[in-house]
Design a protein around this ligand. Structure first.
Ligand code: HEC
Ligand code: HEC
Ligand code: HEC
Ligand code: HEC
Ligand code: HEC
Length: 197
């Protein structure tokens, strides 16, 4: 809407989005109302790994720091531990077998935004929004499930919150020293084209 050209493209995308939304049928959304996420080809547990054994989220989802996608770890990452750890257990044997035959595990997707939405992990990780803010207490889950609605209103509710900045005062006054200050500007973009490119 700011420039005729750019706005036009944006509205085309949004019109297409409406058509897609009207057609319905989103993969992933069905899990939002279930207590457990989908059954996976290997009984991998976040509770065991990220909870009991406190393996950091970013150890396996390292791409989240720099990419739109958080990424699913490669088999190599699993085998790094499981060549030895619990190597005799049936579910771990599946992993070692897949590695030996170079067959990737077909993990079932849990979260899936419609294609007309642009989302990227990197700016959120940089802004120190924790994984749990959007995904819930994954470290307690045997099977990952979708916790947030991932609806537009959910994204916007957070984006509209006022930005909090740490203001460094030039004065030496102790009361007015550095501290968090709420501003009136939103903390993240709310214009349509930020999320509908
Ligand atoms: C040891 C590796 C490992 C660690 C550590 C790990 N994950 Fe995962 N994560 C996986 C694997 C493998 C999958 C795919 C299977 C599944 O969905 O359970 C996955 C899937 C997910 C998904 C669902 C992806 C989708 O399909 O939408 C989310 C969300 C997630 N992880 C978040 C986290 C968070 C948050 C943490 C830290 C609390 C974490 N993970 C720690 C390996 C790991
Ligand atoms: C940093 C080391 C580490 C990595 C990386 C790792 N695991 Fe594990 N995993 C463990 C530990 C520790 C246990 C718990 C073993 C125990 O119960 O004694 C475990 C347990 C398991 C079990 C359950 C075994 C059972 O039946 O009790 C499965 C299945 C499994 N891991 C799969 C995976 C998969 C798939 C990946 C890669 C996405 C992976 N692990 C990555 C350390 C790791
Ligand atoms: C601001 C909310 C938000 C935060 C913070 C966030 N995620 Fe996500 N995550 C999402 C959304 C939305 C999707 C679905 C993206 C899509 O379908 O395109 C997703 C998808 C995923 C996926 C599966 C697909 C992929 O991107 O590879 C994994 C794994 C994941 N997130 C892990 C994490 C981890 C680990 C962290 C913390 C380092 C994290 N997320 C932080 C919102 C978030
Ligand atoms: C809990 C708060 C929160 C939620 C929920 C959230 N975001 Fe964000 N988003 C942020 C913050 C904070 C930033 C970083 C703003 C900055 O660095 O200026 C951001 C940045 C972004 C950016 C990058 C904008 C730019 O210009 O760099 C996009 C795109 C985005 N978010 C899309 C989404 C979408 C789509 C959803 C919902 C699926 C979502 N966000 C949910 C807090 C959130
Ligand atoms: C912070 C990210 C974000 C911003 C900003 C945003 N949207 Fe969305 N929008 C989404 C997400 C996520 C969805 C998909 C989930 C849903 O349908 O709510 C969506 C879905 C839609 C749909 C599909 C209809 C529907 O209800 O499913 C339309 C149309 C739309 N947005 C228009 C807009 C317009 C117009 C603006 C600007 C006023 C805008 N969006 C700004 C994230 C955003």
């Amino acid at each position: 809407m700011r420039s005729r050209g750019g706005g036009g493209v944006g509205w085309l995308v949004i019109a297409a989005a409406l058509a897609v939304a009207a057609a319905g049928g989103r993969v992933g959304a069905q899990w939002a109302t279930q207590r457990d996420g989908p059954v996976q080809p290997v009984a991998y547990s976040h509770k065991v790994h990220a909870g009991d054994n406190q393996i950091p989220c970013l150890f396996c989802h390292a791409e989240a720091r720099r990419s739109p996608q958080a990424g699913i770890p490669s088999l190599q990452r699993c085998v790094g531990c499981h060549q030895i750890t619990a190597a005799g257990r049936p579910e771990v044997k599946k992993v070692l077998q897949a590695w030996a035959t170079k067959t990737p595990i077909a993990w079932v997707r849990v979260h899936d935004l419609p294609d007309f939405v642009y989302f990227s992990h990197a700016p959120h990780v940089r802004a120190e929004v924790t994984c749990q803010t959007c995904h819930g207490p994954v470290e307690t889950m045997e099977r990952v499930r979708q916790v947030a609605t991932l609806k537009m209103g959910w994204c916007l509710e957070c984006h509209r919150r006022p930005r909090v900045t740490t203001v460094r005062q030039a004065t030496a006054s102790p009361q007015a020293s550095a501290g968090p200050q709420a501003t009136t500007e939103p903390q993240a973009p709310t214009d349509c084209l930020a999320c509908h490119k």
